[in-house]
Design a binder for this molecule. Sequence first.
Ligand SMILES: CC(C)(COP(=O)(O)OP(=O)(O)OC[C@H]1O[C@@H](n2cnc3c(N)ncnc32)[C@H](O)[C@@H]1OP(=O)(O)O)[C@@H](O)C(=O)NCCC(=O)NCCS
Length: 179
Amino acid sequence: MRPLDVFTLNRFYRSLSDRSKMLFHPPFFQTTSNPRWLIHQASLFLSSVDPVKPLLKRVAPSILHTLFIAFFNNRVVGLAYLRRLKKETRSVELGIGVLDEYQGMGIGSSLLSTALNMASKEGKDCVYLMVSCENKRAIAFYKKFGFVIFKRIPRGDTWFEKALDVFEMKLYLKKVFPS
Ligand SMILES: CC(C)(COP(=O)(O)OP(=O)(O)OC[C@H]1O[C@@H](n2cnc3c(N)ncnc32)[C@H](O)[C@@H]1OP(=O)(O)O)[C@@H](O)C(=O)NCCC(=O)NCCS
């Protein structure tokens, strides 16, 4: 990714329907509801600058986002990211979203398998994510890849003051990529 593609990514996010935004709103895209938006944008920008990545990995790994971007006709149509958690060095957080008019075409599957491959190659043990309990489609999608529901977190997320119950789902990579 080139540094200025951060603007392209923001354009991608603005093109999602309101429902998809409710279901997929990573901190770096939450413009109005997150006071730390600028910090997240800066971390996204820094994650896109190749020479900075090794340094970030060492000094502030939780800032570093690994991005997987799906293009169609030079337009960003899907995005997945992996982000290392502060305390758990062997686990990564995953997020994924596809433009509404491109959903159901296999783009999400392709982004997800690429991200899982990368996490496995980097020696991670576990990929985890949060998904709204009402997002049946995404839950089925993740289950197909071997994710299991780990726990339900009542009011674990908010979207414009609406509290959302979420499932934490986990995938143990050793089960999918046995060595
Ligand atoms: C969830 C999401 C990422 C899946 O990406 P996608 O490109 O639509 O998924 P794919 O086309 O690769 O389909 C994979 C699976 O998703 C499910 N799926 C896809 N389209 C579906 C539809 N119209 N109805 C029901 N399930 C569907 C199916 O399980 C499908 O498996 P199949 O191909 O065997 O039927 C995408 O729909 C999305 O961005 N949704 C809105 C944001 C969101 O919910 N993000 C996840 C937040 S945790």
